[in-house]
Design a binder for this molecule. Structure first.
Ligand code: ADP
Ligand code: MG
Length: 703
């Protein structure tokens, strides 16, 4: 592998300096290795040539596949003007005819095609005006050897490449050249032989050959299985090795005592019994903090599941053991809310709590900073301001990070320096993360899950409404306002569509003001100056404004129990997890709450199904799994933001749960025996890790 990575792609037959430059620029392919591991993103079946009169039946068995037809063109015609200009042709094969359409390069295509010549066209027929048609098919003049070509890989290429006549075909050809070059050379297989035997894996070189040019569907599946496993196995090995290394190297403060603070709180202050799930995770956390290892734990729990309380009790344990604790929130508002809750509760057991944020006055800082340094202050609640170098603690033993995906990795890293032995770290997230995703993205963290809400919660009633019901919806909002409740109205705002979205948002704001003239409406979006945003948010939090028109900036943390309606405009444009987060903003008080998903178009199919999931369940994990299934893991909340390079080539976290689990178990066994992979039999693994991960930023030391 390492040898192949040293071979410059420009020396491959068919490449040369120009193409090498494009490959590097557009696809990051610089070496033989890079190209070898540039896998197809799908396969097309070229083993069969279909007849046009078979199409109807093919379409009936589910989605129409990509397929190839053999026949001739007749009757080319250019229709429409400007952007609507297109080339139409009739294609017939003796059993029937279909339409073929091109929207660009009309002239070039028309000139290159002939009537009376036999072609193979490849594409996906769709029905248009009750006729089958194919748009932009791949076209080749027919040659007998095209019969039975088998499976072909299709590769992603960029527009820029396409413009420089670099097609998926070009890649296929280069890959073929590469495979020919490698033929006969054994590719060093880094996987331990017992693992290869255990799963009956294809040898690596066969797997690589078949991933590009599958000999059969079955061989393709075996190749995929092997290569997915490889990818996940080395990822797990790396994650586990780092976390093991970390705990060996650092050790951790050993919190063995359950003392006065914790017990007093538990027996006298706690306003309600803990839920079973809260008890369970506190137990897990205690065991971890008492082990002598540094804790790095992810606490997952739906909005309202009572994570703050768990965090507080964890911090009290730290204090019982003679340490200080802090909790970091991503925004000023959240920090203030935590401060209110936590100081109210902790002061009852005599723990001093301070709030430290960017807007803490100099005067207050001058009181707080010495209090941290001399150990007077037990719990500090804050924002990023906490990680500034000027903030020093006497004995920081425990750090809670709330809504962690808003924190950059580098910022988390700074926490480590706050004590010679790094503090225990509890990362809390209200975005439920599917198990397989957690194992991968947070594979070096231990995970605790609160999977139960406190009793007596009324689920938020969720309904889907179209624009033609807007009047009723507004009437309903009016009645809630009259009853003294508050309302959120949320608009999508995405970068690609930012201008239009902002306009919608502003229009929406104006309409709401006109519709509800007796109430104060505040207005919040991410493009505002922080101070203005803060001001508008406070209007709502303090009840001075009854309606908040906003983008998803309110997603995290705002706690207004009096808010009972969450109206989401263009709900079809949000991810499920995001909708779930937004819905969590209501249903926090005693009154019945509602989440209204508005869509201004009649939606159908998968989009409708997505929104229906929301109306049917309030279980965040079910929603997260569904979201990942529908959107794929790349878009999931918490993946991009986690700061972790998330670039699996072939494995799919949404679909390959079993392989992830198997790979993790295998990696765990190896790391348990040989944590640092120093034994000779693991030398090859260590080398492979070094090879695979050396270019990546060393993030895993952090969190
Ligand atoms: P999260 O941070 O997980 O969204 P919070 O910790 O803010 O949830 O808790 C939400 C609400 O539930 C708070 O008002 C809290 O006081 C309350 N709560 C927490 N635990 C319990 C419990 N065991 N029984 C009843 N209410 C609880
Ligand atoms: Mg919370």
């Amino acid at each position: 592998m390492e040898n192949l990575a040293k071979l410059d792609i420009k020396f491959l037959h068919g490449v040369g300096p120009k193409r090498a430059e494009i490959l590097a620029q557009e696809l990051g392919i610089r070496s033989y290795y890079d190209l070898l591991y540039y896998f197809p993103f799908r396969y097309i079946d070229r083993s069969k040539i279909h007849k046009i009169n078979e199409l109807r039946q093919l379409g009936e068995n589910g989605e129409m596949p990509y397929l190839q037809l053999k026949g001739q063109f007749a009757a080319f015609a250019v229709n429409g003007e400007g952007v609507r200009r297109r080339l139409n042709a009739l294609f017939y094969d003796g059993t029937g005819s279909i339409d073929v359409v091109w929207f660009n390069k009309v002239k070039i295509i028309q000139e290159s095609l002939r009537t009376g010549t036999e072609y193979i066209i490849f594409g996906k027929p769709t029905i248009y005006n009750s006729r089958y048609s194919i748009t932009h098919p791949e076209i080749d003049p027919y040659k007998p050897e095209m019969e039975n070509q088998g499976l072909k890989g299709v590769y992603t290429i960029t527009d820029k490449m396409r413009n420089r006549s670099f097609s998926t075909r070009t890649i296929q050809q280069l890959i073929q050249n590469l495979l020919n070059t490698l033929k006969g050379n054994r590719i060093d297989d880094p996987l331990p032989t017992d693992i290869i035997a255990k799963y009956h894996f294809l040898p690596l070189n066969e797997a690589l050959t078949n991933i590009h040019t599958p000999a059969s569907v079955q061989m393709l599946q075996r190749a995929q299985f092997r290569l997915k496993y490889d990818e996940l196995f080395f990822l797990q090995l790396d994650l586990l090795r780092h976390s093991k290394f970390r705990s060996i190297k650092n050790g951790g403060h050993r919190f063995t005592r359950v003392g006065k603070y914790f017990n007093d709180f538990y027996n006298h202050v706690l306003p309600f019994p803990l839920t079973g799930a809260q008890k369970k995770v506190i137990k897990e956390i205690r065991a971890d903090m008492g082990s002598g290892r540094q804790m790095n734990r992810l606490l997952q729990g739906d909005v309202g599941s009572g994570k703050t309380l768990v965090a507080l009790m964890t911090m009290l344990l730290a204090i019982d053991n003679g340490f200080q604790a802090c909790i970091m929130a991503p925004t000023e508002i959240l920090a203030r809310q935590h401060y209110e809750t936590i100081s109210r509760l902790a002061s009852q057991v005599g723990v001093k709590v301070a709030l430290l944020t960017g807007s803490t006055s100099k005067k207050n800082r001058d009181i707080i900073l010495p209090g941290l340094l001399n150990g007077d202050i037990g719990i500090t609640v804050g924002t990023h301001a906490l990680i500034e170098d000027t903030v020093e603690f006497a004995r920081l033993g425990m750090v809670v990070i709330d809504e962690q995906h808003r924190f950059g990795v580098a910022q988390r890293a700074k926490l480590w320096g706050k004590n010679t032995i790094p503090p225990h770290i509890l990362v809390m997230t209200a975005t439920p993360i599917p198990r397989t995703l957690a194992m991968t993205v947070y594979g070096d963290l231990d995970v605790s899950i609160i999977d139960e809400l406190p009793p007596g919660r009324k689920p938020v009633q969720t309904i889907l409404r179209y624009d033609n019901h807007r009047h009723e919806v507004y009437r309903f909002i009016g009645s809630q306002l009259k009853a003294g409740r508050q309302i959120y109205i949320v608009y999508p705002l995405i970068q690609e569509n930012e201008k239009l979205d902002l306009r919608n948002l502003e229009e929406g704001y104006e309409i709401i003001k006109e519709t509800f003239p007796d109430y104060r409406v505040c207005f919040v979006h991410g493009k505002m100056k922080p101070s203005e945003k803060e001001y508008q948010m406070q209007l709502f939090v303090t009840g001075k404004a009854q309606i908040m028109v906003a983008t998803t900036v309110i997603e995290v943390g705002v706690n207004v129990p009096n808010a009972t309606v969450m109206l989401i405009e263009n709900a079809e444009r949000f991810g499920l997890s995001q909708l779930h987060q937004l819905r969590g903003r209501v249903g926090r008080g005693a009154d019945s709450s509602y989440c209204i998903l508005m869509s201004n178009v009649k939606i159908s199919g998968p989009t409708r199904h997505r929104l229906e999931v929301m109306t049917q369940t309030s279980d965040g994990f079910v929603i997260a799994e569904e979201d990942m299934r529908l959107r794929g893991p790349g878009d999931m909340e918490g993946t991009q933001q986690s700061g972790i390079a998330f670039n699996l080539h072939i494995a799919d976290i949404a679909k390959d749960g079993q392989i992830i689990q198997a790979a993790r178990n295998d990696a765990m066994r190896i790391i348990d025996d040989d944590p640092l992979l120093t034994s000779p039999q693991n030398a090859r693994l260590a080398r492979q890790l070094q090879f695979l991960f050396k270019r990546k930023q060393d993030w895993s030391r952090i969190s």
